[in-house]
Structures are given as structure tokens and as C-alpha cells.
Ligand binder design. Sequence first.
Ligand SMILES: NC(=O)c1ccc[n+]([C@@H]2O[C@H](COP(=O)([O-])OP(=O)(O)OC[C@H]3O[C@@H](n4cnc5c(N)ncnc54)[C@H](O)[C@@H]3O)[C@@H](O)[C@H]2O)c1
Length: 343
Amino acid sequence: MLSCLRNRFLNGPINVSQTCIRQLYSESNAIPRILITGGLGQLGVPLAKRLREKYGQENVVLSDIARPTSVLLKQGTYRYADVMDYKQVQELIVNQQIDWLIHLSALLSAVGEQNVPLAMKLNIEGVHNILDLARKYKCKLFIPSTIGAFGPDSPRNPTPDFCIQRPRTIYGVSKVHAELLGEYYFHKYNVDFRCLRFPGVISADTKPGGGTTDYAIEIFHDALKNNSYECYLSADTRLPMMYIDDCVTSIELFMEASPEKLKQRTYNVSAMDFTPDELAKAIRKHFPKFKITYKTDARQNIADSWPEVFDDQNARRDWGWKQKVDLDLLVTKMFDFLKNGKV
Ligand SMILES: NC(=O)c1ccc[n+]([C@@H]2O[C@H](COP(=O)([O-])OP(=O)(O)OC[C@H]3O[C@@H](n4cnc5c(N)ncnc54)[C@H](O)[C@@H]3O)[C@@H](O)[C@H]2O)c1
């Protein structure tokens, strides 16, 4: 009831049926007010959509430094927030009465290597700001990590949750930093820090942000346009991957898991693994004449230091993680979306 009153105060009147749903939900579980940073990227847009469906449009605030489309603006509250500006994010947390912080802003692996000073600022100083704000305002905090948090000295097939982590990209180094600092804040200050290490995330409706696994998205666009694709990774480069819907589900499940289920604060999650050659074969089931050629670039070195197969058995055991989409279904969904705009 309190949270309903709070929502009315913050967002003006909401209709009766929404009120009832919220009240029912809040009898067992207070509805969280959620802030997503870096929310206009590949993960943020679909995540906001899912969380708004679940917790109510008015309870999810999307923020970024980019300009939202008018379609996105109609879907719910959007605020400009630069995560390197402590006070700006602080103001948002206070004014919007935020309970959960989902911190997605980051420079990804390939673009990070092209601008190391910015990657250090955004991926490291940005995390410092967010961790401190989560501590100060007692927010539950989610920060994604990545397969890139492992390096050439880690076991690559499979890569377990706990093993040596010596990444060689600034992206990987900054993500290990976030994992360790988040866990430190959990032990020291009781911040409810939660972190999932994602594989390459594949989606059709948003542009990828400059990661090493982006080929697995570009290939679908080029298959439809040219019936061919030139791949910047070699044919046999195996990497773990996940469809966006599964990625969003994993965040939802993990954020809702009761704390006693969590035996650790950072978990690997995965759904499948494949090589460019295997993906091309799956695409040929739809387009038999599809051709793939290979011309490797600097991203090959990054991929060669990353896990090939991700061991996520702890996430499956502790809080029930399970993917729905395998390689064949992924290919079908991507083409369905790109051809007909449906998932
Ligand atoms: N996409 C993947 O395959 C993948 C895999 C593993 C982990 N992750 C992690 O998930 C998170 C989201 O990834 P994504 O693919 O959506 O990234 P993305 O690059 O698509 O989006 C990142 C967003 O951050 C915003 N941003 C940049 N500077 C900012 C600033 N100073 N303040 C606020 N926002 C700023 C950008 O405008 C962009 O919209 C990242 O932390 C990434 O490391 C992604």
C-alpha cells in the first residue's frame, strides 16, 4: 500500500486495475523502484520492457547519456544520467526513490581497446560511483560481468566460476575489478551486490555495442542482405553465447532469488556455444546458398583468450537458471524478427 501511495505521489494517478495488481504483488513482495543506467544499449531496452511488464511501467526508470527515440519515450520514464557524474545519479536515486540499481553503462571489449582512457573512466570510476550510491541508499545492485573477465591463463573448456582470472583487455580488467569490489562491498557494507558473467548476447532489434561477439549478430543482417558474410573471427573460434530473451530472464530470476539461495555473488551464465562455421551451417538450414568467408582482425586475439565453453552449473543449482533458446531456435528467432519484426 505504501508503495502504491508512493507511486501516486511520484507519477500521478494510475488506473484501478494496475493499483490492484500492484497491491496483490506488494502483499508478498514490495514492488521495487528500478533505475537502469546505460539503458539505451543492447541489454537495457529489452530489460526495461520486461521489468515494466512485471513491476509496472511507472516503477522502471531508464537512463543513459544518449538520446532516446520517441517510441522509447512513450514506453516509460527516461532521464539523462551520466554515471561519471556522482551527483546526477544521486539526485535521480533520491528523487525517484530507487530500490534497485541495474548498472549497464560500460565500454565493451573491442571499443574499449580503441579508447583505453575512456574505458577506464567509465568502467572503473563509473562503478565506484554506483557502488558508493548503492551503499549509501541501500539499493540492491546488479552489475553484469562477462566471459571477457577471464584470460589466456584461465581454463577455456569449460571455464568454471572460480579459476584464475588474468584478462588482457581493459574491458576484462575493469570487469574483474567490478566483481571483486562488488563482493567487497557485500562483505564489508552488506550491499546486496549481484553479478552475472554473460557470454555474447544476441538480439535482433538493437545494435550491438562493439563487443568481440558482435559477428553473431551482424551475420544475420548480412545473410538477409547479401546471402554472404565476411567474418572477423576464424571458422573454428568457439565462444559461449545467449539469446537476449534468456539474458533478460536470467537477470530477472537472479534479482528475485532470495539471498539464502545465493552461495556466491558472481555467477557464470550461458546458453550455448558455437563457432562461426557452426553458426553458418545453422543459417544454411534457412538459406542453403549462404556463404561465409574469413578475414580475421584484432578481435581474434581477444576471442582466443576467452572461454570456449562456459560452466554455469552453480547458477543452475543455486537459483534455477535454465535457458530456453538453443542454436537452431536462435537462428529461427533472429530471421523471424528481421524478416517480419516478430520474435
Ligand atoms: N552485449 C553483450 O554481449 C554483453 C555481454 C556480456 C556483458 N555485457 C555487459 O552488459 C552491459 C550492457 O551491455 P550492452 O551490450 O547493452 O552495451 P551497449 O554498449 O549496447 O550499451 C551501453 C550504454 O551505456 C551508455 N553509456 C556510455 N557512457 C555512459 C555514461 N557516461 N553514463 C551513462 N551511460 C553511458 C551508452 O550510451 C550505451 O547506451 C555492459 O556492462 C556489458 O559489459 C554485455
